[in-house]
Design a protein around this ligand. Structure first.
Ligand code: GLA
Length: 748
């Protein structure tokens, strides 16, 4: 990967083995976008110049013949010479709102700078371009980073006010780019709700535009901060796919809109609907980082690029390659209704199961007998745990398990001691204070509140031998106001997130041995900002296999499998959907991520216990390392084919695991084949079915990938679990493909 500046043509080339991103400095100082796509040579630059027949009357000094609106740009500043496309930056300087940013200088940096107070990618090669508005005295640094192990370009801005007076930023998006589409393009976006996170929607990108956004203070279950721009004919494995993702956990917007010349302007950043920011003299505002991945080989390659990027350059490097704990959490089994005796029985029953961490969920602190009280009162409830937390922790450790604890640190219940002492710490306006799940959000824009949260969690981690924290967040922000901000209340949601990042940094950095998992009513804050702190996030409170096959697959389009926490739960019928699915099906789906359980082993039949023990051993043997570092392939999506199949292949291609789930059964079904990917064509693989590792066939990689595997006809009815894919609804299986050492079946 490299960044080259061609002095003659004043053109920047950001390149790696696969892609080129090219833009130039116009005579006038604007940054004109020239090309983004498959790697091209640096010759014949003039060919890339783009003009149209203009009818605009707004002639600019970019070129007397062509107004600025005709040009694909790298930055869209509001009010500038009749550029009516979506702007990426807008300021109010004593009423002047026309920002005229021109190139001043640039630098190719030896190290990627961190962003003040916000998570960002590490490494790569970074270009910093300084733009300047001489009249408004505003400096904007635009950052681009390119990587060699991912086809990503990371973008962000820093805005500095060089006036003696304060100015207001009304919009500050992280990135803007005008793409010149080769075909009709569609936007794939991910909407949802509690228990139904990251459902997929496809819309044509027209002149009406597509916009996804959040104003909830949190990235949200309703819209994930991610969008795929794909050609109408793009598939998983062919065609153009551009992935956009924000390394940010608060209010965001991602927009794609066609202009009058047929190009698509893409913008992404902090949502400007409920945002502005006052900058005093010499103050700087940093936007979060936006990531744009370009794939010439379909959506799956885009997804793999994100996985490589986030594993190698975002997720905490201490944890990214470490096997994740196999946890058993008591939430679905007990809710808040437990006592010491119940927990001891729960822990005892985990011995020998293969589970290595017991996680005590909600309900362990003062008076927390329902969700109507106690958040903020992080004092152990002696009625439930008379010998204290230390006893349960020691008991867990003696059972050979690690200990995990649930917290919801960003919250305060109205019915709590904390609220009695600090009612002003809860976010509320002068007229309304809406409770959500009977609780308020703590105002993390205030330093003293952040200090309280840091001290509380740190005290627990310093006092007790806690190995794992589940960090939950169960409501969105409403009635945003903070007494310290006064009229600057449009800064509140962003300041809340900056406070949260500060808290997480202070707690996590000082406890490198503790594993932190993120959660927000299931997967309501599954974003790359959180991934920088939590190597793993609870994907959904919905643990039904069918629902999970959809939720997890869409989540994995952007976020690596190891970051997706997936549990097998007892409930059949499932607690959230009432759907029946057998253990093998539930296991198959949960094994495509960081696996865990949520059930009371003491209540399981001996057969279920044995099966789960065998499943866990099987997961550890084949899946655990693959999930951490393998390449992921989506073979079949439930919504398209009534069949879900996802595959992971080790980087050396010697081992692969496939999980499969059928939707509704169809008697005399059409033939169903899956086409595995990523194998060595000439190598021979043993294909083994289920945890029994029953040999199905030995086939060459090219046969498997091209002829596929018929999943209707497995000899599975004799399986001790009695289930084959063609028998019943929501049945599933796993396949292991293991390369035979030094063996090819037929020589070429
Ligand atoms: C949220 C989480 C659950 C559980 C409960 C506890 O809903 O997603 O996993 O921890 O809170 O209140």
């Amino acid at each position: 990967m490299h960044i080259i500046f061609d002095k003659n043509s004043k053109t920047f080339f950001l390149e790696n083995k696969e892609i080129s991103y090219v833009f130039k400095i116009e005579e006038s100082g604007f940054l004109r976008h020239l090309y983004w796509g498959k790697r091209i040579s640096r010759d014949s630059l003039n060919h890339l110049d783009y003009f149209t027949e203009s009818q605009s009357v707004f002639l600019g000094d970019m070129d007397r013949m062509h107004p600025i609106e005709e040009y694909p740009l790298e930055l869209g500043s509001f009010g500038n010479r009749g550029d009516y496309r979506e702007s990426s930056i807008s300021i109010n300087n004593l009423g002047h709102r026309t920002l005229d940013l021109r190139y001043k200088s640039h630098k190719i940096l030896s190290e990627k700078p961190e962003i003040d107070g916000m998570p960002s990618l590490r490494d790569g090669k970074t270009l910093k371009i300084t733009m300047f508005d001489n009249v408004n005295k505003i400096k904007v640094d635009v950052f681009y980073t390119i990587y060699d192990d991912s086809n990503a370009i990371a973008r962000r801005m820093e805005i500095v006010n060089l006036n003696d007076h304060e100015i207001k930023i009304e919009k500050a998006f992280s990135a803007c780019v005008d793409i010149i589409p080769k075909e009709n393009m569609q936007a794939i976006t991910f909407h949802g709700a509690w228990l139904r996170e990251r459902m997929q929607e496809k819309n044509d990108i027209t002149h009406a535009g597509i916009e996804i956004s959040s104003t909830r203070g949190v990235s949200s279950a309703q819209t994930n901060p991610s969008m795929i721009i794909a050609g109408a004919n793009t598939t998983m494995y062919q065609g153009t796919a551009i992935g956009i993702n924000l390394i940010y956990s608060g209010d965001f917007a991602i927009k794609a809109k066609q202009d009058q010349y047929g190009r698509i302007r893409l913008t992404a950043g902090i949502n400007d609907e409920d945002f502005d920011w006052t900058l005093k003299k010499n103050e700087k505002f940093s936007t979060p980082e936006a990531v744009f991945v370009y794939s010439c080989n379909g959506i799956n390659a885009m997804s793999q690029s994100f996985h490589n990027l986030y594993r190698n350059h975002l997720i905490n490097s201490d944890w990214v390659k470490k096997s994740r704990p196999i946890i058993c959490n008591n939430w679905e089994a007990t809710g808040v209704d437990f006592n010491e005796k119940k927990l001891m029985r729960f822990i005892d029953s985990l011995k020998g199961s293969g589970v290595d961490t017991f996680v005590l969920d909600d309900g362990w602190f003062l008076g927390r007998n329902s969700d109507s009280s106690s958040l903020g009162d992080w004092i152990v409830d002696k009625k439930k745990l008379p010998r204290g937390l230390e006893f349960i922790i020691e008991y867990t450790h003696k059972a050979g398990l690690k200990f995990g604890l649930w917290f919801e640190p960003e919250m305060i219940s109205k019915n709590s001691l904390l609220y009695q002492h600090h009612p002003d710490w809860a976010i509320k306006s002068n007229t309304i204070a809406s409770e959500g799940r009977n609780q308020y959000v703590l105002d993390l824009s205030k330093n003293e509140v952040c200090d309280f949260v840091i001290d509380t969690i740190n005290k627990y981690l310093d006092t007790y031998k806690i190995n794992y924290i589940k960090w939950d967040m169960n409501r969105y922000l409403t009635e945003s106001f903070s007494s310290e901000l006064g009229t600057r209340s449009k800064e509140h949601h962003h300041r809340y997130n900056l406070g949260l990042y500060k808290v997480l940094d202070a707690v996590i950095k000082t406890h490198p041995d503790v594993f932190f998992e993120g959660c927000a009513s299931g997967g309501a804050r599954f974003d790359a900002g959180m991934l920088a702190f939590f190597p793993q996030i609870w994907a959904s409170d919905n643990s039904d296999a069918y629902s999970r096959s959809i939720i997890q697959t869409h989540t994995s389009l952007f976020y690596p499998l190891s970051s997706i926490d997936c549990h097998v739960t007892t409930g059949t019928p499932n607690m959230q959907t009432g759907r029946m699915s057998d253990l093998t099906a539930r296991f198959s789906v949960a094994s495509m991520g960081s696996f865990g359980c949520e059930m009371d082993f003491s209540k399981l039949s001996d057969e279920d216990k044995r099966n789960i023990r065998e499943f866990i051993a099987f997961y550890k043997k084949y899946f655990q390392t693959l999930v951490l570092s393998g390449d992921t392939y989506i073979l079949s999506q439930m919504n398209d084919n009534n069949l879900w199949a996802q595959q992971i292949v080790s980087k050396d291609k010697a081992l692969s695991a496939i999980s499969i789930l059928q939707g509704l059964n169809k008697p005399i079904p059409e033939e169903k084949r899956i086409y595995p990917q990523g194998l060595v064509a000439s190598a021979c693989y043993r294909i083994m079915v289920g945890k029994q590792e029953k040999l199905l066939a030995k086939l060459r990689g090219d046969t498997i990938m091209n002829a596929g595997i018929n999943v209707n006809n497995w000899p599975l009815r004799s399986d001790p679990n009695g289930i084959g894919l063609n028998f019943g609804d929501f049945v599933g299986q796993t396949l292991i493909l293991e390369q035979e050492e030094n063996e090819t079946i037929e020589k070429d």
